[in-house]
Design a protein around this ligand. Sequence first.
Ligand code: 6PG
Length: 227
Amino acid sequence: MNGSLVVVDDVAAAFAQLVVDRTAASKAPFSLAFSGGSTARECYEHLAHEAESPIDWTRIDAWWGDERCVPLEDPDSNYRLVEESLLSKVGPLASVHPMRSDVSDAADLYDRLVRSAPPIDLIHLGLGPDGHTASLFPGSEALNAPVHRFVVSNVDPLGHNPHARLTFTFAGIANCRSAVVTVAGASKTEALHRVLDGDLSAPAAHLANEDLIWLVDTEAMGSRSAR
Ligand code: 6PG
């Protein structure tokens, strides 16, 4: 497995502290790419509470690492998830870049937007029970996206994950200065062990950012929880 493995009791709290520390250490504007999923929602709700003091959100540029191709107000939208759990609670940001899917060339537009901006400082990713991260699903076309593409459209060929998607590619994730993967709960143990063992059939095992942090809880670690 690439990166640093950090086993914690509370993934959401550890994530919030990481973001507070990283943004505080940066004097320039700081760009964050958000994830979807229930673990991410808990992380952002925790971050919103942490943000009562140390984060100057007017310095933060918000991006998304993946999105479902639904209206932004749809209950399944990752934009709505972040809006509800965080953005609605912390006041104005420097910029907010939702992944809009209501245009036919949505992936091309977001790809150009991301590539025209400086590298994203920190991308937040989750881990699915099937080993996916962002919307890079096992056996999906996006796993083999051209190396010059940072964002593509994708679907789960096995149908385990709903909706057509927009997603960062491995190259797009690797272009981010840092990546943090949050993994919580026993349902992720098998996928996490595959990643720990370097099983490349798990897309998340391909993550290779120089600064890559795995924040995992003891439930997800399962039998390997020995610290
Ligand atoms: C999505 C997410 C996805 C998520 C993982 C983990 O749009 O669904 O980006 O990659 O992070 O599936 O989700 P849970 O935390 O809900 O298990």
